[in-house]
Design a protein around this ligand. Structure first.
Ligand code: PMP
Length: 328
C-alpha cells in the first residue's frame, strides 16, 4: 500500500504501511484492530520478509546480483520472496511440500520462480533439506531459511511492529498472531514490548499443532486444514522464543473457518484461515480483558490478517465446513 500521493519507483516501495482496521465483532470497551496484510502487492504479510531478507543478504554479500535464492516455503514466503528476488536481480527457487494451495504455486511461477515439489509427509524439514541440496549444486546460491534467520523477525520489528506503534502509540494491551515461523509474532512483540512493557503476547496455532508443548501445555497431534500456521515439529521454528510468549491458543479448523466466512460476509474482509484463527483468538483475548479475567497494560488488542481468502478458492474456503475439509 504505502503512500499514494507520490509515484513509487518500484513495486518494492509498495510493501508495508498496510491499514489497521477495527473489527466490528469485539467488545466495545476493548477494541480489536487487525493489520490487513492483503494490501501488500503479493497479497500477504510475507512480502515484508521477502524484501527485507534479500536486501540484507545482498548488502552483507551472502549472495550477489545474478545469484540464486532457494527457500523452503508453503507458498506465501515464495510469493513475497519471488517479487523481491526478481526486482533485485536474483533467481528464486522454492521447495514446496505437497498439499498446500495450488494458487500459491501458480503465483510463484508467474512471478518468475522455479517451483520444486517434495512430499507433504516430509513436511517443512524435508523441504529444508531439499533446499540445501539444491543450493549446494548451484554457484552463488543462498538459503535464507525463514524458520531460522533472525532477519525474518527483524523485518516485522522494523516495519509491522513500528507501524502498529505509529497507529496506536502505547494503547496496546495484547498482541495476538498466528505462528508458522514465528517471525511475525516475535518481531511485533519485540517492537511493542519495548514501548509497552507487560504487553500480553499471544501465539495462535490450529488445534492438532504442537507449539503449545513449548509452554508445557498438553497437545494432541492431529491433521488440520488451517494453512500457514502451526507445526508438528515445534523445534523447526527456531525464531519462536517461548519466554517471550504469555500464551499459545489453539483454534479449531471449524472455528477458524466460521470466523473467516463471518469476516467476509459481515465485515468485508476476504482473508484466509490463519486470519480466521487469529481473529477468534484476538476476540477471545479482548473478551477476557473486558471481563477483568486478564491483566493487560491497555484495553486494546492487535492482530494480523496474513493473507487473502482468494488464495484458497480452489480449496472451497468459502461455503460449508465440510466442503473445505474435503468431506462434502
Ligand atoms: N498465515 C499465513 C497464511 C502464512 O502463510 C504464514 C506464514 N507461514 C503465517 C500466517 C505465519 O507467519 P509467520 O511465519 O511469521 O509465523
Amino acid at each position: 500500500m504505502t503512500a499514494h500521493d507520490t509515484p513509487a519507483a518500484s513495486v518494492l516501495e509498495t510493501i508495508g504501511e498496510t491499514p489497521l482496521v477495527e473489527l466490528d465483532a469485539a467488545p466495545q470497551s476493548v477494541p480489536v484492530y487487525a493489520k490487513v496484510e492483503t494490501f501488500n502487492p503479493g497479497g500477504s504479510v510475507k512480502d515484508r520478509i521477502g524484501k527485507h531478507i534479500l536486501q540484507r543478504l545482498l548488502e552483507r554479500g551472502e549472495v550477489s546480483s545474478g545469484g540464486t535464492v532457494v527457500e523452503p516455503t508453503a507458498g506465501n514466503t515464495g510469493i513475497g520472496m519471488a517479487i523481491a528476488a526478481r526486482q533485485l536481480d536474483l533467481q528464486p527457487v522454492f521447495v514446496v511440500p505437497d498439499g498446500f494451495s495450488e494458487e500459491k504455486e501458480r503465483l510463484m511461477a508467474a512471478l518468475g520462480a522455479e517451483v520444486v515439489n517434495v512430499s507433504g509427509e516430509a513436511g517443512m524439514s524435508g523441504a529444508t533439506n531439499r533446499a540445501r541440496e539444491i543450493a549446494a549444486q548451484r554457484e552463488d546460491a543462498v538459503v535464507p531459511q525463514q524458520f531460522a534467520t533472525p532477519l525474518n523477525a527483524e523485518a516485522h520489528y522494523e516495519t509491522t511492529g513500528q507501524e502498529i506503534l505509529d497507529a496506536l502509540g502505547e494503547e496496546i494491551g495484547a498482541v495476538v498472531a498466528g505462528v508458522g515461523s514465528g517471525g511475525t509474532l516475535m518481531g511485533i512483540a519485540r517492537a511493542v514490548s519495548e514501548r509497552v512493557p507487560g504487553v500480553r503476547v499471544v501465539a495462535v496455532e490450529p488445534e492438532g499443532s504442537t507449539f503449545g508443548t513449548l509452554l508445557g501445555e498438553a497437545r494432541e497431534e492431529a491433521d488440520y486444514k488451517t494453512e500457514g500456521i502451526g507445526t508438528h515439529d515445534p523445534d523447526v521454528a527456531e525464531l519462536l522464543d517461548p519466554d517471550a510468549i504469555d500464551e499459545i491458543v489453539a483454534v479449531s479448523d471449524r472455528e477458524a473457518h466460521a470466523e473467516l466466512n463471518r469476516l467476509a460476509a459481515e465485515e468485508g474482509h476476504l482473508v484466509g484461515s490463519s486470519a480466521g484463527a487469529a481473529s477468534v483468538a484476538a476476540r477471545e483475548t479482548a473478551e477476557r480483558i473486558a471481563e477483568g479475567d486478564l491483566d493487560a497494560p491497555a484495553e486494546t488488542v492487535v492482530t494480523v490478517f496474513p493473507d487473502s481468502g482468494e488464495r484458497y478458492l480452489s480449496k472451497n474456503i468459502y461455503g460449508s465446513f465440510e466442503a473445505w475439509e474435503g468431506k462434502a
